[in-house]
Design a binder for this molecule. Sequence first.
Ligand SMILES: C[S@@+](CC[C@H](N)C(=O)[O-])C[C@H]1O[C@@H](n2cnc3c(N)ncnc32)[C@H](O)[C@@H]1O
Length: 288
Amino acid sequence: MFKVSAKELFLWLKDDASKRDNKESLYLLIDLLGGISKQDLNSLRIDSSKEIYLKQDIKKLNSYWNDFINKEIPIQYLCGYTYWRDLKLKVSRDVLIPRRETEQIADIVMDICRLKKKVLYADLGTGSGAIAIAIAISNKNWRGLATDIDSNALNVANENFQRLCNTSNIKFYCSNWWKPLVNYAGKIDVAISNPPYIPSKVYEGLSTSVKKYEPEIALKGGEDGLRHLDQIIKFAPKFLKKGGWLILENHFDQSNQVSSLLKNNSFESIEVINDYSGIGRFTIARYK
Ligand SMILES: C[S@@+](CC[C@H](N)C(=O)[O-])C[C@H]1O[C@@H](n2cnc3c(N)ncnc32)[C@H](O)[C@@H]1O
């Protein structure tokens, strides 16, 4: 731990860091690397004569901040962690930084299954494990299956699971979408996926911080962005129970196409759910 005066920290914030206009990222850095939350910082402003203990000294914070500003490396990768829902998840460049809009997907699943005591769910393309773990923590009697094509991503997911859950209710599998779940054919109550869905042309226009540092395999969905959604929907009937649910995240303008794919593959009760910004981000449906 590094003992500094709050004044010193505020001086750095004022003189160096806040010259670049990105306060939220700065707070995140101080929280994840320095161990001082935004709330703590605000209360220190009232009495800046206090001494505080930082997990890293100001020089180190400053060097990370410069990497964020000059090289556009996401703060979350620099610090190795992110906040998502109420979880602090480990992240590395092998996994997508789980997004704010995806937080809602766990609530959708839990709402749909609220009357069931035992649920078998599958999180396809689990990445950091965010979705599967959030569901597992709230539902200790449910069983989860989580797949990803990337074994390094699965290592991160597994590590998050071991650290955050004191249960053993998720099994991890490395392979293509449904492929490793043959033993569960016809037995899954609900499957969730936030697959790579960015159309090729849109991907080219994304920021450097995304294109250079986040895994391409987690984002690119082929020319129209639907390549993986199509695969997941086509094979879903083999794995879901009759009456089981498929809960998908898609790009802001894909819900009509995703709904058609669902309709053509024996799904009913198709519904598009808006995210908190009012965008039709989730398409859900029930297998007939
Ligand atoms: C958009 S990320 C979602 C990660 C995480 N579920 C989340 O919401 O933050 C998509 C994930 O799908 C995985 N993926 C890509 N192609 C896959 C495939 N063919 N089979 C299984 N997983 C795949 C990627 O490795 C990545 O972890």
